[in-house]
Design a protein around this ligand. Structure first.
Ligand code: SF4
Length: 64
């Protein structure tokens, strides 16, 4: 199963991931990313890959 991992110590809160995949990422009140659904369905792989690749500080990973 696919899994999203976010390293909140790296996240700078600019929200590229949220802009690309708002159903899965949200920048929280503390200015770091919140993953809304850590185990998304396979049908979302393309959108999530694009969002992960868009992170300027490489804080996101897609496993599985
Ligand atoms: S794109 Fe990266 S740095 Fe920006 S909010 Fe998302 S995880 Fe954080």
């Amino acid at each position: 199963m696919m899994k999203i991992e976010a390293d909140r110590t790296k996240c700078d809160g600019l929200g590229m991931c949220e802009a690309m995949a708002p159903d899965f990422f949200e920048v929280g009140d503390d200015g770091t990313v919140v993953v809304l659904d850590e185990q998304p369905g396979e049908e979302h792989r393309q959108d999530l890959s694009a969002a992960v690749d868009a992170c300027p500080v490489l804080a996101l990973k897609l496993r599985g």
